[in-house]
Design a protein around this ligand. Structure first.
Ligand code: PHE
Length: 337
């Protein structure tokens, strides 16, 4: 038995010295429940009483030596593995990160925000109104009674006879005046709808920005000065504006307002179609009927209003010649702005 034990020890140790060492395999082979040392120990019972303690002691010694060696090698192996992972998993904190692509605002939103900023800078605040609107606010309160011919140019989508998709942002004027006594100084950007066929310059859904100022002693001079400041900030310091007489039922007098072409400066080019001027908005002094209908005394107060298309201003600013491009959601197109 002594030889067997010494042989086991020798074998185990030589196995533990191999290059392709698998420690767990050695442990199971010699020390495991069905291992070689264990089966030798099972045979102890067959020994004589004198031999038993001697062999027992030797067996324990062999076991301890193998266990110790295994523990030692396990430590060494662990240290090697740690060393290896420190090298292979090292992070280069100076390596450039992965650039994550983030989206950006739609050009219409960018232009709308720029316009809002300009007016907020002039003391305006933002008012909102519903896109699903009463005929009353969209037309009647704005001095456009049933069967008025001005309704033809703003045909829209009707939900019932009295409820429609607003065809302009002007109903917000009426809603604000109804609730607030002057001084009033608001802008109202938002979606509007008209039953127009889609083409390069028309869409059944588009955006406007409305403005309204009501106070004592407001004149057309105030309107002009304010619009000039807006145009210069929006399109550049050299921009001039001009008023052309026009008609809107809810303003009197009314005007269409042009800005000098910011590409050619007024000489005439492709953008302004040789005109030197680009029409950007409608405006005028709030009609006394509208003030009265909304509970404001036209003998005490006067005001001006204006409304412009956000698509139109966006197209001018970026030289976009087809309005459909703004709605097609083509990333290649939108990324440019
Ligand atoms: N609401 C008018 C339109 O859509 C524009 C406008 C607004 C004109 C305010 C005058 C005053 O054409």
């Amino acid at each position: 038995m002594k030889e067997t034990l010494l042989k086991i020890k020798q074998e185990a140790f030589s196995m533990l010295e191999k290059d392709d060492l698998n420690i767990e395999e050695v442990r199971i082979k010699y020390l495991g429940k069905k291992g070689e040392l264990t089966s030798v120990l099972r045979m102890m019972g067959q020994l004589s009483a004198e031999e038993r303690p001697i062999m027992g002691q030797l067996a324990n010694q062999v076991r301890n030596e193998i266990e110790e060696k295994i523990a030692q090698l396990t430590e060494v192996q662990k240290a090697k593995e740690l060393e290896k992972s420190l090298v292979s998993e090292r992070l280069d904190v100076t390596a450039p990160g992965n650039v994550r692509k983030i989206g950006k605002l739609h050009p219409l939103t960018q232009v709308q925000r720029k316009m809002e900023d300009i007016f907020i800078g002039m003391g305006f605040s933002i008012a909102e109104g519903p896109e699903v609107e009463y005929d009353y606010y969209n037309f009647q309160a704005l001095n456009i009674p049933q069967n008025h011919p001005a309704r033809d140019t703003q045909d829209t989508f009707y939900i019932t006879e009295n409820i429609l998709l607003r065809s302009q942002t002007s109903p917000v004027q009426a809603r604000v005046m109804e609730k607030t006594q002057p001084p009033i100084r608001i802008i109202s950007p938002g979606r509007v709808y008209r039953s127009d066929e889609v083409d390069g310059s028309h869409s059944p859904l588009f955006h406007q920005l409305e403005g309204l100022v009501v106070d004592k002693g407001i004149t057309m001079g105030n309107l002009r000065g304010m619009l000039e400041t807006f145009a210069k900030t929006m399109f550049g310091e050299k921009t001039r504006i001009r008023f052309r007489p026009h008609h809107f039922p809810f303003t009197e007098p009314s005007a269409e307002v042009d800005v000098s072409c910011f590409v050619c400066g007024g000489k005439g080019c492709r953008l302004c179609k040789g005109e030197g001027w680009i029409e950007i908005l409608g405006a005028g002094m709030v009609h006394p009927n509208v003030l009265r209908t909304c509970g404001i005394d036209p003998e005490v107060y006067s005001g001006f209003a204006f409304g412009m298309g956000i698509e139109r201003i966006t197209m001018c600013q970026y030289g976009i010649d087809d309005m459909r491009l703004l709605y097609e959601n083509n990333i290649k197109f939108l990324e440019q702005f």
